[in-house]
Design a protein around this ligand. Structure first.
Ligand SMILES: [Ca+2]
Ligand SMILES: [Ca+2]
Ligand SMILES: [Ca+2]
Ligand SMILES: [Ca+2]
Length: 480
């Protein structure tokens, strides 16, 4: 800075025209007159900023002339000025007091360039290998961007406000944009590009009471766990039995009986959509039903008089019958594998139930049946073979063995049956039914009306099952 004091001889405009000439043409008057000084704000301006110049002169200046160094000037005491371009400018303030004594001062102002602002765009997750880049949102406020330079994060580079790059593989890349403005200032922006072309993978898990064949015998809790190696899972979707799609947001319960079909897939944050998967969720909570049939010769009063064959028939509407268990009387439980033959006489109790493939167990049931294949035993007690009877009294054996009946005689018989018991005893004379006796003791008076001569008495005992036994005949000679 230099300060020159001299008399004012010319007008202000003349001074403005050539201060260099003026300053050399006047003699310096030291010690009197004004002292020129100034400052500005902001202290370090850019070419986008208004610079406020402040007169800081002393000594009674009344005229101020500013030369901003860029061809512009002002006569305001405290002018404002904005420089059109960055650069180093010499600002001169010349002042005069009322006695036309002049002083002038120059100062250098450094007006900075405004650096550019780089904008490489936002972080992106893409499902394409080829990525477009656009830096057109970058700007330079006081000039223009002279160059764009891209580094794609995989070693490749390119230039231009827009460009595209094809990556060789999925990955996350840190892309750098460098720009330079017309004044050589630069800026950098970074953007993260995730290239994800791989579909996510969804894994379904099922929890429930599982039987065989994939059948569950109750509610099934379904969990869908998806993974994605790069961009991450965005959403998982599922639907049941061709219904509407749901967004998965936690495990859910399937309770509908039958063979449900679940479809599901996930979408990653890059937009890759997994191919739809499907799974069967088979639920059966209904136990099977077992029916039985008995095959044998049915006698009387519910008694079978033959071996009995038992057949079980089961039905199960969903998973199907897995097996049928049965137990005969106090025996062990057996697995049914076809007809069961029971031949032993007596009363039997059969227990049974079935289990379906889901594992549902039918309530145990039972039935009873009776077999009596054994004929009763019967024998004639009166008359005995070879005895003589006189008016009902047994006298003695005859010598030649023929039974003789003289007068009235009551024939008697015994009959026993260990299983079903005796139902009736038939007395027959010469094959003709004489008497049916339903109650022990069994007996009937031999007919007096029959003609004299030889007759044959037989007794047939029937048990309650219908089995019968007939005694051998007792021949007797009716005397009268
Ligand atoms: Ca600039
Ligand atoms: Ca992916
Ligand atoms: Ca079932
Ligand atoms: Ca019997």
């Amino acid at each position: 800075m230099r300060s020159i004091k001299q008399k004012r001889f010319f007008g202000v405009m003349a001074v403005l025209a050539s201060l260099a000439v003026v300053s050399s043409a006047f003699s310096v008057v030291e010690g009197i007159g004004p002292h020129a000084d100034f400052y500005w704000e902001p202290a370090e301006p850019t070419d986008m900023q208004v610079v406020n110049f402040h007169d800081n002169s002393s000594g009674g200046a009344i005229v101020w002339v500013w030369d901003f160094g860029d061809g512009n000037s002002s006569c305001d005491r405290n002018p404002s000025h904005m420089y059109a371009d960055n650069g180093v400018y010499t600002v001169r303030l010349t002042v005069w007091d009322s006695s036309d004594v002049m002083d002038t001062v120059t100062k250098t102002i450094n007006v900075s360039n405004v650096p550019p602002v780089a904008d490489a765009g936002g972080d992106r997750i893409l499902r394409n290998m080829t990525v477009n880049f656009n830096a057109s949102s970058s700007y330079d406020a006081d000039g223009h961007i002279a160059s764009y330079s891209w580094a794609f994060g995989d070693g490749a580079t390119a230039s231009g406000v827009t460009t595209k790059h094809k990556y060789g593989s999925d990955g996350t890349y840190n892309v750098t944009l460098n720009i330079t403005d017309n004044d050589g200032a630069y800026d950098t922006d970074a953007v993260q590009i995730t290239v994800d072309t791989a579909d996510p993978l969804t894994n379904a898990t099922f929890e429930g009471n599982e039987g065989t064949g994939g059948w569950y015998m109750g509610n099934v809790t379904v969990a869908l766990n998806a993974s994605d190696n790069l961009s991450g899972v965005n959403s998982t979707h599922y639907r049941m039995n061709n219904g509407s799609w749901n967004v998965y947001n936690g495990s859910f319960i399937v309770s509908t009986e039958g063979a449900n079909v679940m479809e599901y897939y996930s979408v990653d944050n890059a937009g890759n959509i997994e191919a739809t998967r499907s799974a069967d969720i088979k639920i059966d909570i209904t136990p099977p039903e077992t029916n039985y049939s008995l095959n044998g010769t049915l006698g009387k009063n519910g008694w079978y008089v033959s071996d009995v064959n038992i057949t079980f028939n089961t039905s199960d509407s969903l998973s199907g019958t897995n097996y049928t268990k049965y137990k005969i009387d106090d025996g062990d439980w057996e697995t049914y594998g076809g007809g069961i033959e029971i031949g032993s006489s007596g009363s039997h109790k059969i227990y049974f139930y079935s289990v379906d493939n889901a594992g549902n167990v039918e309530a145990e049931a039972n039935f009873t049946f009776k077999i009596d294949k054994d004929a009763p035993s019967a024998s004639i007690t009166v008359p005995r073979d070879g005895y003589i009877y006189i008016f009902g009294r047994e006298i003695m054996p005859t010598i030649l063995g023929k039974t003789k009946v003289i007068g009235k005689l009551t024939a008697t018989a015994t009959a026993t049956d260990t299983l079903s018991g005796i139902q009736s005893v038939y007395f027959k004379i010469d094959g003709d039914l004489l008497w049916m006796d339903f109650n022990a003791p069994y007996g009937v008076e031999l007919p007096r009306a029959h003609p004299r001569g030889v007759h044959t008495l037989t007794v047939t005992a029937y048990d309650n099952a219908g089995n019968s036994a007939t005694t051998s005949g007792i021949e007797y000679i009716k005397i009268f």
